[in-house]
Every structure is written in structure tokens, then in C-alpha cells.
Design a protein around this ligand. Structure first.
Ligand code: F3S
Length: 755
């Protein structure tokens, strides 16, 4: 059902030729990351060496994975492409829209009732277009991908930032926005700036209480939340090969927390064991045949400083269990007395109220078994747990096997709540309080990846600390944030002093994995007769209609807003409660630019309607222009559209009738997204022309009929007093992108080409 061995063999079949050629053009031995990248060039055979951190390169990923929140708009867009099937293997995973409240059975039932229309939509689109569908409760996207689809040397993209988890199986796996995923689904290339490379050499061996989680918590401390930006982190050395495959997944997963493009490990025996245990002997055998291409050239690891842009070395034998937080994943504190001091100095509550184990980061069989060994000791040593326990297994396969092997029973005997195999508390889907905004200050410990304020339970006063599953379990049982299981004693029910022994566990289930109903639905071979149903009165979903081309003559356009200062994708399309409308363009468009600061009055969501002279919210004023058939222009400052790759930030203004966005400079992804939606994304030739723009301005594009690559456009700015300024605008559209503009959007063009 799941993986496609022929596709994987195809990837391996080109490795020798392309990697050898790449080595020749680069002129030196190659890292693993380079081997994977050069084997996935859209143009196939490498002909030149790319400059890291500079060159934009077209790639051909092998797979795509989407989660239920981001898949909605991605699939709505894909439906516009007029393709009968997705061009590369794709899966959809229902994991984000399930709240954690009372436990798996009740919570799943509730989610299936509250979000049934979204799940049904995703299921029917998947069935129609050849996409594998993982039902609610089947598991968390990244654990399911690791168990079923990831393979050494592969390249995948996914519409979730922790797609990088698949690096644990030696992939280059990267989180992207929906628009990028749609391109690849529709058979187009995927563009990425050739990443820089950070090498992390792991020496020594993990033992006792230290776990793979501590490796990435240490790396986060060293590199901070920004240190990996624009880079692939490649782990190597004896410490790397001594770790389990799922442990490597944990490390790669949290590469997102240091801003890394992705992280990866060379193919080794732990990966072979994992592939075999997850029913993929043929993948392991195929990988074994190209082993040398699935790790760096020997010279690289012998002299890493020569080949990586930065090298870090960590001795695993010296590593101690860490707790990172609160509110940021790079603030490291060793368990124990240092935490006592820091918590006291900073007024962090020392009493721990919850210990949460699971999420896409740490929900493998190994994680659950090691944490349960601590829970079992609590039972054996007559310790009563002081904090509450919550467990989110990563997949139904892990859950079923853990239940069969008595692991879940141990947690249940400690009164733990077993939540659905889904994201739950990891993504704020934790119904912990009725009024989270006014909930009390408290501390929790979890084995997840992110711990920003409000991330878990919506309570800004929850201090969340990230730790390994085994340390999370020990701290939850002790109820103390500064508990050090290596040195501290606890008093049991009989009044005796007891200590924990070191955690133990299994890398893989001794009796093998087992599952009854894994929650996977294969798509129909021929989906042409499958109907995709979206209710016309739905609040959450709306089928898209193709955008009309804006044409080669735009005159009389009005200024919608001149944004002042920072204007990120969050300012353009806010998240929070609006996420509910991600699949409904018209409804979510009611948040368009409501966070942008109006340069004329320094207020947000308060702009002049030139037709009436009144002031109103940006979406309302824009809708008033649209009703009169008047196009509009948005003007912005530097780095306009920075932040996430969210395509809504381009689609919403387009939907509401904005024709052009003219700024001092763009964040590149947003600029591309505007182009894809058939809009004009332009920059001032003379930055100070930004100052010429007045609140009542009207715009005439004088030479849009001559729109061509490398040719400036001319804009006439007509002010309220009748005076005019004529200014030059730059653009970065190439021929193909100008065709997107002419057709109304990139998808319109694809559809036309398919017709
Ligand atoms: Fe993401 Fe957490 Fe789910 S990191 S995939 S929200 S478990």
C-alpha cells in the first residue's frame, strides 16, 4: 500500500552517475546532503557547482506529505490545475484537527463530528487524485512518514515545518508552504536556495539518562533558534551510528527549532534495522546496494572543517540530561540544582503540574518503552505520581504494539490519560482550561519540540520545558522541575527513600510491530468518478474559482494601504482563530492586512475609503472597491511578506481585488507567491519614491502592455490635487512568470497546458 519501491529504486539508479558527475563539477569530495541534492536536480545531470547560500536551484522531490490544516488550501488549489492525478506520490494525514481533552476514544469521536466536513473533503480529494489518505487517529504525519515512506537518500517536501523529521532515515526532507507543494503535485519543479552545510560530529555514546533528545537540546543551546537558518545540518561520527533510527528522527525533527532547512544522517545499520522492522526489507536491500552514495565521501568526515561551512563537535559520553525552556527551545538547563537556581531567580514555578510524552518528536516505540520503564519503577517502588500524565502515541502502529506489550498499561496504572494518536497538546489543541487566557501560572514538562507561550494549552502563563521522554516521566512523578534522577531521592508511600534506576527500553519491539487497522485509505486507481463535495453554505471550505487575468492595462487603481515598517505574512494573513477558515478563501480574506500599520495614521486595520472619505477596516474598504470594479494597490516597506511561506497572504489580496503590491523590497517566498497568484509584485527603483505615495493616490500603469523580463515598468501616480509623479518600478519576473500573470495564475497556465 504505502511506499513505492520502484520509485525508490529509480532514485538509486541515477545516484552513481549523477553523484560522480557532481563530484567532478564541484571539484571535491561531497557531503551526504550534496549527494542527495545533486541527485534530485530538476535538470537531472549536474553541469555546474552551485554556490551554497546563494544560488536558487530547481529540484525534483520524490514525495509530498500534507497535514490536515495545511492540506485544505493546497488541495483546493491543486484541483484548479486540471490534472487527473498528482505527479509525485503524496499523502494526507489527519492529525492537527483533533483536540486532546478526555482521552483517545471520546476525543476522536468529537473531532470526527466537529471537523467531519474537512475530513470528508480531504478524503474525497485524496481518493480522486491518487493521494494516500491517513484517517483521523491513524497517527501524526511525521511518525507515519518515518514508518512508511521515508527512505535513505530520498528528497521530500511537506506542508509542515517538522517534515524534517524524515532526516532520521537519511532523507533531505523539507517543510514548505502549500503553494510549493501544489507546484510539485502538478508536475512542476521546486525551487530552493542551495543550502549552506553545518556538520555535527558526534563522538562517544549515549548512556544512562541521556537520550537523543539531549543531543538536539544541546545543539539548540549552541546554535540558538536562528543558528541553522538556510543550512542543512548533517550529523556524523561514531555517536551518530550508535543511535537508533527513531532517535535520529527526534534530532532531525527539532532541527526546525534552530531554523535549519533540514537535518540528516548517513545510512547505517540502525536505519537498516528500522526499515526491516517496519516491513520494508526491499528498501533496505536496495539501499545496501548503493550504501556508499548514502553517506558522505570518507574525506569529508575525516576533515569536516574543509567541507562544511561550520562544524560542531559533541561528545555524547559527556552529555547530561537537559531541560530547555520556558518559552524558547534553546534555553538549556541541566536537570537538578542548576534548575533550582535559575527557576528561583526567574520566578519559574518549581511545581510541575503535567508531564506530556509523545508528539511527532518523541513518540516512537523506543520513546514510550523507555519512559514506561520509569513509570513501572514508580509502581514497583510505591511512588505516587505528583503531576498528571498525558501520552500521545505517534501512530496507530506504535499505539497498538505498545498496548500489546503492556507499555500503555503501565502509564494507565499511573492514571495517565492516553490521548489520540495525533498532535493534540503539541499544537495548542489541548482543552486544558475553559478560559486559558486567565489561567494560572504553572510549569509543565513535555517531550515535544516547541514551547512558545500558549503553544500547548493557550495559557500564556504556562511555563513549558522540553526534555527527553524518560526525564519527562521522572520529573512528572517527582512533581519537581529541578528533580535530578541521577542524584535525588523521593519518599514513597511507605515513607521510605527511593531512587530511580536508569531507564531501559527497546529500540524496536522485540515481538515486532503489529497493527490491526492502521487507518490508511488507498486512493482509487481511477478517481475520475469520485465527487468532491463541498457544501455551498460551508463556513470552513470553499471551492476556488480561477482568478481572472488582471490584463495589460491597469488604470485608475486606488491605494488600499501604505504599510509602515514590518509587514510579515502574519500581518497580511493573521493566524490564531483565523486558522479555522484556512480552507475558505472568502472567509479568511476577512483578516487581510488587518495587522499592517497604516503609514498615514500609524493605526492597524484603519484605512481611508477614497470613494466615501470614511475610514474603515482594510478588508471592508477593499470589498467596497471591489464592488465598484476598482482595482487597488498595496504599498510596503522593506522585506515585505517575511515570515511563513503561507500562500494565503498572496491569495487573499488577490481574491479581494488587489492588483499590485509595490514595496521597497520583498521576502522572496512571498514575492514568488504573488507571482503564482497572477499579481504584480514590484519594487521601487528609487526607494525614496515610497515617500511620494499619498493617502488619496490613484495609479496608472503606463507600459504594462510591454511587460517583459529585465524591463522596468512605469507608474503614474496621480495625487488628490491633480499633480502627478511618474516613477520606475523593478520586477524579477521571467518569461514563464509573466505567462502566469497573463493567464491569471500559475495554476491557470498549467490547466491551459493540460487542456
Ligand atoms: Fe507538529 Fe507537533 Fe503535530 S510539531 S506535526 S504539531 S505533533
Amino acid at each position: 500500500m504505502a511506499f513505492d519501491i520502484e520509485m525508490i529504486k529509480g532514485v538509486y539508479s541515477t545516484m552513481a552517475e549523477r553523484v560522480d558527475k557532481a563530484r567532478e563539477v564541484v571539484g571535491k569530495p561531497l557531503t551526504l546532503s550534496e549527494k542527495i541534492l545533486y541527485n534530485h536536480l530538476w535538470d537531472k545531470t549536474p553541469t555546474k557547482a552551485f554556490v551554497r547560500g546563494k544560488d536558487y536551484v530547481d529540484f525534483a522531490p520524490d514525495r509530498i506529505a500534507c497535514q490536515d490544516a495545511t492540506a485544505q488550501m493546497a488541495l483546493l488549489q491543486f484541483m484548479q490545475a486540471g490534472k487527473p492525478k498528482v505527479a509525485v506520490p503524496t499523502t494526507v494525514h489527519c492529525d492537527h484537527l483533533i483536540q486532546a481533552k478526555e482521552g483517545a476514544a471520546k476525543d476522536l469521536k468529537q473531532a470526527n463530528s466537529v471537523s467531519s466536513e474537512v475530513f470528508n473533503f480531504l478524503e474525497s480529494v485524496s481518493n480522486k487524485y491518487g493521494i494516500g489518505f491517513w484517517k483521523p487517529g491513524a497517527g501524526i504525519i511525521h511518525q507515519v512518514v518515518l514508518e512508511n515512506y521515508a527512505f535513505p537518500g530520498g528528497m521530500m517536501i511537506g506542508t509542515d515545518s517538522h517534515t524534517v523529521n524524515a532526516g532520521g532515515l537519511g532523507m533531505v526532507a523539507i517543510g514548505v508552504g502549500g503553494a510549493d507543494a501544489v507546484d510539485v503535485m502538478a508536475g512542476m519543479a521546486w525551487e530552493l536556495k542551495f543550502p549552506k552545510l553545518i556538520g555535527v560530529k558526534l563522538t562517544g555514546k549515549l548512556s544512562g539518562w541521556t537520550a537523543p533528545k539531549d543531543v538536539i537540546l544541546k545543539v539548540a543551546e549552541i546554535l540558538t533558534v536562528k543558528g541553522g537558518t538556510g543550512a542543512i545540518v548533517e550529523y556524523f561520527g561514531p555517536g551518530a551510528t550508535s543511535m537508533s533510527c527513531t532517535g535520529k528522527g527526534t534530532i532531525c525533527n527539532m532541527g526546525a527549532e534552530i531554523g535549519a532547512t533540514t537535518s540528516t544522517f548517513g545510512y547505517d545499520e540502525s536505519m537498516e534495522r528500522y526499515l526491516k522492522a517496519t516491513d520494508r526489507v526491499d528498501v533496505a536491500e536496495a539501499a545496501n546496494k548503493v550504501k556508499d552514495y548514502l553517506t558522505a565521501d570518507p574525506e569529508v568526515y575525516a576533515n569536516p572543517e574543509q567541507y562544511f561551512d561550520q562544524v560542531i563537535e559533541i561528545n555524547l559520553s559527556e552529555l547530561t540530561p537537559l531541560l530547555n525552556g520556558p518559552f524558547t527551545p534553546d534555553l538549556s538547563t541541566p536537570a537538578g540544582s542548576e534548575m533550582t537556581k535559575k527557576a528561583t531567580d526567574n520566578d519559574w514555578p518549581l511545581k510541575v503540574e503535567w508531564g506530556l510524552i509523545g508528539s511527532c518528536t518523541n513518540s516512537s516505540y523506543e520513546d514510550l518503552s523507555r519512559a514506561s520503564s520509569i513509570a513501572q519503577q514508580a509502581l514497583d517502588k510505591k511512588l505516587k505520581t505528583k503531576a498528571e500524565f498525558g501520552i500521545n502515541p505517534g501512530s496507530e502502529q506504535v499505539r497498538y504494539t505498545a498496548e500489546r506489550d503492556g507499555i500503555l498499561k503501565v502509564f494507565e496504572d499511573l492514571d495517565a490519560t492516553i490521548f489520540t494518536n495525533a498532535c493534540g497538546p503539541c499544537i495548542g489543541q489541548w482543552a486544558r482550561y475553559s478560559d486559558p487566557k486567565n489561567a494560572p501560572k504553572n510549569s509543565i514538562v513535555h517531550s515535544f519540540n516547541r514551547n512558545f507561550a500558549k503553544r500547548a494549552d493557550g495559557n500564556p502563563n504556562t511555563h513549558a520545558f522540553v526534555a527527553s521522554p524518560e526525564l519527562t516521566a521522572a520529573i512528572a512523578i517527582s512533581g519537581k522541575l529541578d528533580f535530578n534522577p541521577l542524584t535525588d531521592k523521593l519518599i514513597n508511600e511507605d515513607g521510605e527513600e527511593v531512587m530511580f534506576d536508569e531507564p531501559t527500553g527497546w529500540e524496536l519491539p522485540p515481538k515486532g510491530f503489529e497493527v490491526k487497522e492502521n487507518g490508511y485509505l488507498a486512493p482509487k486507481e481511477d478517481g475520475s468518478n469520485v465527487d468532491v463535495v463541498v457544501a455551498s453554505d460551508s463556513e470552513r471550505l470553499q471551492l476556488l474559482t480561477p482568478f481572472e487575468p488582471l490584463g495589460d492595462s491597469i488604470t485608475g487603481a486606488k491605494l488600499l494601504i501604505k504599510a509602515f515598517g514590518k509587514c510579515t505574512t502574519d500581518h497580511i494573513s493573521m493566524a490564531g482563530p483565523w486558522l479555522r477558515f484556512r480552507g475558505h478563501l472568502d472567509n479568511i480574506a476577512n483578516n487581510t492586512l488587518i495587522g499592517a500599520v497604516n503609514a498615514f495614521n500609524k493605526k492597524t486595520n484603519f484605512v481611508k475609503n477614497q470613494l466615501t472619505g470614511d475610514y474603515g477596516g482594510v478588508p471592508d474598504v477593499q470589498r467596497a472597491y471591489k464592488a465598484e470594479g476598482i482595482k487597488t494597490v498595496v504599498v510596503g516597506d522593506h522585506n515585505y511578506g517575511e515570515g511563513s511561506s503561507r500562500e494565503h497572504a498572496a491569495m487573499q489580496p488577490r481574491h479581494l481585488g488587489v492588483a499590485a503590491v509595490i514595496v521597497k523590497s520583498f521576502a522572496r517566498i512571498h514575492e514568488t507567491n504573488l507571482k503564482k497568484q497572477g499579481m504584480l509584485g514590484l519594487t521601487f527603483d528609487n526607494e525614496s519614491d515610497y515617500d511620494l505615495i499619498q493617502e488619496d493616490d490613484t495609479f496608472n500603469f503606463l507600459d504594462l502592455n510591454e511587460f517583459a523580463p529585465d524591463k522596468q515598468l512605469t507608474l503614474e501616480v496621480v495625487h488628490a490635487d491633480g499633480s502627478k509623479d511618474t516613477i520606475k518600478l523593478n520586477h524579477t519576473y521571467n518569461e514563464a512568470q509573466i505567462d502566469w500573470y497573463k493567464e491569471g495564475s500559475a495554476l491557470n497556465l498549467i490547466k491551459k497546458q493540460n487542456a
